[in-house]
Design a protein around this ligand. Structure first.
Ligand code: 2BA
Length: 111
């Protein structure tokens, strides 16, 4: 049987309900605590190993359970001409829903 690994990065706020929903639908899930490189804030990465035919169902569940949110963070920006002075500058980004990677699994074993 050919398998895929779905790696999905979601916001912490959505992670609990998403995991519950996946487990309820009998998908095995591993949760990893992760940190977004851009916002440097915690997010959640899930690994879900499934058969090829189940990938679409997993993606549908992710779409259903994960929302996009606007997030503001403060970036220190140096004003021109003033060395060593930084003005906090609010920047708004839209954080997904979810970022989903689907990888082929060469070998899957439980020993
Ligand atoms: P972060 O890296 O903290 O990024 C949070 C949000 O900031 C991103 O939302 C995007 O809207 C924005 N952003 C990220 N990098 C940026 C940049 N270089 N310039 C301007 N804006 C930027 P999402 O795209 O929904 O990503 C949410 C989280 O998913 C990311 O958190 C990261 O942990 C993960 N992720 C997204 N794309 C990825 C990729 N290609 N590879 C690995 N992880 C990824």
């Amino acid at each position: 049987m050919s398998m895929k690994l779905v790696i999905v990065v979601v916001q912490d706020d959505d992670a609990g309900d998403l995991i519950e929903r996946l487990v309820h639908s009998r998908f095995s899930t591993t949760k990893l605590a992760s940190t977004g490189g851009f916002l440097k804030e915690g997010n959640t990465t899930l690994m879900v190993g499934v058969s090829d035919e189940q990938v679409e169902e997993v993606i549908e569940i992710i779409k259903e359970m994960c929302q996009s949110r606007r997030q503001t963070f403060t970036a220190p920006v140096p004003p021109t001409g003033s060395a060593n002075v930084f003005i906090p500058y609010p920047i708004e980004v839209m954080v997904g829903g979810a970022t989903i990677f689907v990888l082929d699994i060469d070998q899957f074993e439980k020993v």
